[in-house]
Design a protein around this ligand. Structure first.
Ligand code: NAD
Length: 480
């Protein structure tokens, strides 16, 4: 059955579908970056609420700025913005058709700006990837980036997410309308604080008075998001058709686990997400650090080793005792000791649950997906732990080995090196550890740390002589 509103009633009974009347929904959220994760996570929470008869004025309008988004828009348009979401674990799968999205702006900044300026939109949410925040060395905003530069010079014709947010807020202010809340859902530490910082830096360069108004009136809550969601490809399309009889051109297949912890700072209102399992807190920092440094960092420390050892899928890599042992030993010895305790959270148990989730054979997350954008991800997920460990004189051998393995991967990638800095990373890696760590755009001052330089050089030397598997085994058998 081709998915659309007209065929919803004919979908097989084991597929859950909206129990609400979509024609009664009203837009309240504009989401930029309608990739797979948004549709496995935020859109599912909203769909659940809508099925409870709630949040019908918080429907989602999608938006995207990149060429690839036009393809997603076309696919979703043909099926009335509906998405089939399949939750899978080792024991089975369940499918639901979600209907929380009611429109998707044309992939054109002017159209997105017009939609954001509508006072009905009270939340602008983002999943624009870790690289979408224009962060440079030490977290500085790269105002000299040509795209931001252009938005600063032409505030009325913005092309970046941040230029758009500012232009829409200016229109709201000038029309005497309240501001929307900006909610980042990306894996970036302090995602709300960073979104605020970039927005204010660009606004300040355009119009300091407007920057002051934004600082006073716009909320940017921090949030921690979680639901492992691989890219959808032919395998996922076939699964939805074969197992559930639905022909969906853009389905999402993900794990059943979902977590969302958000700071409760929404002056323009918000959907009652606490009714569907979202946790609202005053300060999300410790939860966020736990997730970034244990889950995302484990993805980052698995993917390059697994790629070099010839694995294509995460669950296959996790079935290798050397790799699963490495993923348990590294955070246990070197990451958890750097974390502040969180009341009622047991880090060792959290790590075990993460590793169990990585082993989910039904998800088939790819090593290639995890290996992309290392130049954005290593600084978010691995380097903060290293910085803390060095400052407190804690062990760093495993973290240094992780960097050396990434370097080896960049030097001679066994799968395509998908990274905005690919050419620079490869050239630096081929010039040796000191050149690799000397890339200030990635490592900042940390790359100059003598203890780190010595540890990475030793690990890299070991990798050249013995290979990845032997070095990981050695790490496992060396008493901490
Ligand atoms: P995806 O490739 O399916 O979608 C990415 C979206 O971001 C696309 O719409 C793309 O156009 C947009 N985008 C990328 N760079 C951009 C830029 N510079 N400016 C504007 N838009 C940009 O990826 P996904 O799986 O949906 O993941 C997106 C993000 O969600 C991740 O980078 C991460 O921060 C967060 N996240 C993902 C997962 C997951 O398991 N996939 C889990 C938790 C959090």
């Amino acid at each position: 059955i081709p998915l659309s509103l007209a065929t919803l009633a004919d979908v097989p009974a084991d597929v859950a579908r909206p129990t609400y009347d979509r024609s009664n929904l009203r837009a309240g959220i504009l989401h930029i970056g309608v990739g797979n994760f948004h549709r496995s996570h935020m859109a599912v929470y909203l769909d659940r609420l809508m099925n409870m008869g709630l949040a019908h004025d918080w429907a989602i309008v999608g938006a995207g700025l990149r060429a690839g988004d036009a393809d997603m828009r076309d696919r979703l348009a043909a099926q009335d913005w509906l998405t089939t979401v399949v939750d899978r674990d080792g024991t089975g799968e369940s499918a639901r058709i979600t209907g929380a999205m009611v429109d998707y702006c044309p992939v054109d900044p002017a159209a997105i700006l017009a939609a954001m300026s509508d006072p009905l939109i009270r939340i602008v949410s983002l999943t624009v990837t870790e690289g979408g925040y224009f962060l440079g060395r030490g977290g500085a905003v790269r105002l000299d980036d040509p795209a931001l530069h252009a938005d600063i010079a032409n505030p009325d014709a913005p092309k970046t997410v941040f230029g758009l947010i500012i232009a829409a807020l200016r229109q709201r202010r000038d029309a005497g309308q309240p501001a929307f809340t900006v909610l980042s859902c990306d894996n970036v530490q302090g995602n709300g604080d960073i979104t605020r910082r970039v927005t204010l830096a660009v606004a300040e360069a355009q119009d300091p008075e407007l920057a002051g108004w934004i600082a006073a009136h716009v909320a940017f809550p921090n949030g921690m998001v979680d639901c492992i969601t691989p890219r959808s490809g032919p395998r996922e399309l076939a699964l939805v058709q074969d197992c559930f009889g639905v022909r969906d051109a853009a389905p999402v297949v993900c794990e059943p686990f979902r977590q969302w912890v958000i700071e409760d700072h929404f002056p323009a209102g918000r959907p009652p997400l606490e009714k569907v399992g979202v946790t609202f807190v005053d300060d999300v920092k410790t939860h966020e650090i736990m997730k970034l440094r244990l889950l995302n960092a484990s993805h980052a420390s698995l993917c390059y080793a697994a790629a070099l050892m010839g694995y294509a899928h995460v669950d296959q890599a996790m079935a290798d005792p050397v790799l699963s042992g490495w993923l348990k030993a590294l955070p246990t010895r070197e990451t958890i000791p750097t974390l502040e305790p969180i009341e009622s959270v047991d880090y060792a148990a959290y790590l075990d649950s993460v590793l169990h989730r990585f082993g989910n054979p039904a998800i088939a997350d790819t090593i290639a997906r995890l290996a992309q954008d290392g130049s954005d991800r290593q600084p978010q997920f691995i380097l903060p732990t290293l910085r803390d460990a060095l400052a407190r004189d804690l062990p760093i051998d495993g973290l240094a080995l992780e960097l050396a393995i990434w370097m080896q991967f960049c030097s001679a990638p066994p799968i395509p090196l998908e990274d905005p800095m690919a050419a620079a990373l490869q050239a630096a890696a081929q010039s040796g550890p000191q050149a690799f760590l000397g890339q200030t755009a990635v490592f900042g001052h940390l790359g100059q740390n003598p203890r780190l330089r010595a540890a990475v050089a030793a690990a890299y030397e070991g990798l050249q002589q013995e290979g990845v598997e032997a070095m990981l085994s050695r790490y496992l058998t060396t008493a901490p």
